[in-house]
Ligand binder design. Sequence first.
Ligand code: SF4
Ligand code: SF4
Length: 175
Amino acid sequence: MLSNRSIKVSNKKMTFWERIYLPAIIGGMFVTFKHIFKKKATIKYPEQKRPVSDVYRGKHILKRDENGAERCTACGLCAVACPAEAISMIASERKMGEENLYREEKYASVYEINMLRCIFCGLCEEACPKEAIFLTTELVPPFLERQDFIYGKDRLVEQVDKRVDVSKRKLKHTV
Ligand code: SF4
Ligand code: SF4
């Protein structure tokens, strides 16, 4: 032995009760039964979901204004603020007749967030001067393919007929 240390092994004989194991089994069963009637600490996820805080930082949303036009003007500040470099976009110029689609003269024709890179810090939300991007309480679901975690405008832009209330997150910025 390198350390020259030794441990004395006890050769103490087991008692009769220790040899039949019954007291230990009954003790174990008692612990099990004691927990049957206690409130369960686990839930049946994903069928059941735990309530999350109103300001929980989950999947992002690109907001529309009150007329339904996209608020994002592709300024890139969210991408610059993102410590994980998860955001990329392509800016385009709004054409005549598209005023109802895009709020500003410049808009993001492509806007992508890589949810595998994102650390849900919320800095993009804080950097945005147009109140265009917010994090929601929705979780990003698991996928099998890496490509499925690249969220484009089809999954990020708010649906016209399904508005998402972000007033609690706006409140967060004012306190
Ligand atoms: S939440 Fe943070 S990490 Fe995720 S996209 Fe926004 S700034 Fe980047
Ligand atoms: S989401 Fe906001 S910060 Fe990001 S590009 Fe659009 S307007 Fe700029």
